[in-house]
Write a protein that binds this ligand. Sequence first.
Ligand code: ATP
Length: 311
Amino acid sequence: MKHIFILNPAAGKKQASTLFLPQIIKTAKSMEIDYEIHRTVGIGDGEHFVRSRCEAEAESDKKSILRFYACGGDGTFNEVVNGAFGFENAEVAMIPAGTGNDFVRNFDDHDAFYDIKRQILGKAVKVDLIRYGNRITPAKYGINMFNIGLDSEVVEKTASIKKFLISGSFSYALGVGIAFMQKEGTILSIDFDDGVKYEGEVLLVSIANGGYYGGGFKAAPYARLDDGFMDVSIVKNISRSTFLKLIGKYRNGTYLEVPNIEKIITYKRCKHLKITPKSEMKLCTDGELSLTGNTTFEIIPQALNFSVPIS
Ligand SMILES: Nc1ncnc2c1ncn2[C@@H]1O[C@H](COP(=O)(O)OP(=O)(O)OP(=O)(O)O)[C@@H](O)[C@H]1O
């Protein structure tokens, strides 16, 4: 197996190279593994690099397993995932060096992800991906969560303030506050694969493979990475004071236990759905923002080999 570490120098507050590079080199040398380090040079480089390496390996005689460690945040990981998708001999891994680092929150032994030796000794499991796109944009993949509405506004605001703040979750909380004061609801319709249609003005929508986003908000408490379903949470455009009363429970994933919650939040599981916004919508994919129109989402079960560090 070849171990390839993809470092994003722009992720998080401290550079991934400062945080992890010495540990990566020391551990890789002491374990005598075949390894390589790539520093990304800009947006899209991680995806392009991983795909090129996979294509070259597929054409070579050796066809050994390539394990790509995304050393950065959820955006870096998303790029590595998109580069590796479709290549059977590729594995992906995640070394959290970003701001939110939400993907690794799906695993009980959170600490293991920060230990390079345990990462190198990791074992691959199959996880689902969510394919999304429309007639204009080619299909891409999300591994953790998509967010629409307030959340996308929050990502915009958080990006501009996180550099000055200590913790990712605190910068997110402040981003929520600022975005919440400014944002009207988003008007859209959602067609689920069981024929149910949701129409209206929403505060936020989450389409989830993993459970967490925004530095620890458990928006999809029942989501699992390998269950073959997307978990969809739709919050109506409720008043600001109602949302603020709910936000603690929304953060810790217990909001579905609130009496009569179904009057303001719809929570559904599905394999396919289509979102039609009244106008363009801001879509946040694994923490990265884009502007889009009608978009379909489809679960791709067991789509990727993800290496889980040993406990
Ligand atoms: N050399 C680079 N310079 C600037 N941006 C880069 C570079 N390499 C990668 N990027 C981009 O940096 C962006 C942010 O990365 P990432 O999401 O991993 O970090 P983060 O936002 O700090 O963490 P999180 O998403 O977990 O909150 C991604 O869109 C990625 O494409």
